[in-house]
Write a protein that binds this ligand. Structure first.
Ligand code: GLU
Length: 508
């Protein structure tokens, strides 16, 4: 392969349901490699298995890539010079290659019906359609030329299978794993063309990678066992020179490291596995996604970028742009990467802190609207956000942390106040509230020094009065600095809250 070859990579999902985070990581690594090398990032929808067609799945993939900022240069909706980008629309192009393989003795027609094959499987639990028994089955290798012709001319349903060679080794250099070898005796004669004329994944992926001039294939490790079949096809079709370089990405493992992370693990352990909500039409059940759970796309992408890759330093926070700059295949690990939801949340928390208050405003507004708070100025929201941002893991936490900035508390943590309440404290708060009313400029520093001075004069202790004051404003023992709250709430609101709370604190 010439070193000048233009980098062209593809993300090739099958539109069969929600997109697993491992799928998005595959898209991301393809994208990073393309951007790093001024190449093209292509979305190809692998929809040849019509029995698995799921309405809405392709739109979901588009939306998901857009949300993550991984916008393809060529795709079914965007088009491009190498289309169509939906495999089902390429159907007519595949048969000729399957036929070419038959002519060259590299593939054969198989007439076995599904029932006949089921029968075989019943008789031999380890049945494989392969070199050991292909001559005992109904195909153009076991039948005479004439019989085969008769069956074909009668339109007998058939598949086309690859004839995997006996006693050979298929070797290739994987960009991540180095030299990888497979014994052909252990490989089945995979179906290339199905009875409905559709190619299987194996044929389609090779034909399309060739047609789309794909230079590098980054895909999940689960496809490694298929690689030798693909490599044989590249060779048998005479395309060796154009074969892409392979890179099989490490698996994403369950949190305990025991096996591949599946959707069921998410359900079981209570975290999302899909990028966005996915509603299964049959099951009528919606599965929560990272987006809807409240993850920022920057955090989601950052978290995926370091699942199986690092830049060799301790750095963990990377923007998409930084990932592009720093990405290197050499630093992708061979070992599976454990998924850690607590860590994912940490990324989100960090990204909320990194994102400007103004940029978060639309999402914060959504949170407020969902709690019927609509009539507030942007500027106020931005300031409140600044005060509580450090405490947010998800944007939706904003309500729990900051609702008291928008609605006067209804209930108070009376247990923390009443047992130690005294007439002296009532007098104190009546006094400071009166003084608050006289303040001309509502300034946090001035208010704080006035309040602390008043405590000193009263002879009571700081904590005895600060804590009830906080509860008057907030309802509970939480929230940012009391005087930051005081200054944001404004004079009238503070005075009203103190009065309201005094009634509750002193009630019998
Ligand atoms: N269609 C395969 C999938 O669903 C693509 C595998 C590949 O990239 O070759 O992941």
């Amino acid at each position: 392969m010439s070193s000048e070859r233009k980098v062209r990579v593809r993300f090739a999902p099958s539109p069969t349901g929600g997109l697993h985070l491992g799928g998005v990581r595959t898209a991301l690594f393809n994208y990073l490699y393309a951007r790093k090398h001024q190449g093209d990032f292509i979305l190809r929808v692998e929809d040849t298995d019509q029995t698995r067609f799921v309405a809405g799945a392709e739109e979901y993939i588009n939306e998901c890539l857009a949300w993550c900022g991984l916008v393809p240069d060529e795709s079914p909706i965007k088009g491009g010079a190498f289309g169509p980008y939906r495999q089902s629309e390429r159907k007519p192009s595949y048969r000729q290659f399957a036929e070419q393989l038959i002519e060259n003795g590299r593939a054969y027609y198989a007439f076995d019906t599904a029932e006949e094959l089921d029968e075989q499987r019943k008789e031999q639990p380890n049945f494989r359609y392969s070199h050991e028994n292909r001559l005992k089955l109904r195909n153009s290798l076991s039948l005479s030329k004439e019989d085969t012709q008769v069956l074909l001319s009668k339109g007998t349903p058939h598949t086309i299978r690859i004839k995997v060679p006996t006693d050979e080794t298929v070797s290739f250099t994987d960009m991540i794993r180095g030299q990888v070898s497979f014994e052909t005796n252990l490989i089945d004669d995979k179906v290339l063309l199905k009875a409905d004329g559709m190619p299987t994944y194996h044929l389609a992926v090779v034909v399309d990678d060739k047609a789309m001039e794909i230079s590098h294939v980054f895909r999940g490790e689960e496809w490694l066992p298929s690689a030798p079949v693909h490599i044989l096809l590249w060779e048998y079709l005479g395309w060796n020179e154009q074969m892409p370089q392979w890179a099989h990405l490490p698996l994403i493992l369950k949190p305990d490291g025991n096996g591949k992370l599946s959707k069921r693990d998410g359900d079981r352990l209570g975290f999302p596995v899909y990028a966005m909500n996915w509603k299964d039409a049959q099951a009528e059940k919606e599965t929560i996604g990272f987006r809807e759970m409240g993850f920022l796309p920057e955090a989601f992408v950052n978290m995926l970028g370091v699942l199986g890759w690092n830049d060799g330093t301790e750095q963990e926070l990377f923007s998409l742009q930084e990932l592009i700059e720093k990405f290197s295949v050499e630093r992708i690990s061979k070992a599976g990467a454990k998924f850690d939801f607590e860590k994912a949340k940490w990324f989100n928390h960090e990204w909320i802190k990194k994102t400007s208050n103004e940029a978060l405003l639309p999402q914060i507004r959504e949170v407020l609207t969902s709690h019927q708070v609509t009539n507030v100025a942007d500027d106020y929201i931005v300031q409140v956000l600044g005060a509580v941002k450090e405490r947010l893991t998800f944007v939706s936490d904003f309500w729990e942390q900051a609702s008291f900035f928008f609605v006067r508390p209804e209930n108070y943590d009376l247990g923390a106040v009443k047992p130690k309440w005294s007439a002296e404290k009532t007098t104190f708060f009546n006094h400071v509230n009166l003084e608050f009313g006289k303040f001309d400029s509502w300034d946090a520093v001035a208010l704080e020094s006035f309040f602390k001075g008043a405590i000193q004069e009263s002879g009571m202790k700081m904590g005895e009065l600060m804590m009830p004051f906080r509860i008057m404003l907030v309802g509970g023992k939480f929230g940012p600095d009391v005087f930051q709250i005081v200054s944001l709430l404004g004079k009238e609101e503070v005075v009203a809250r103190v009065n309201k709370a005094l009634i509750a604190f002193t009630a019998e």
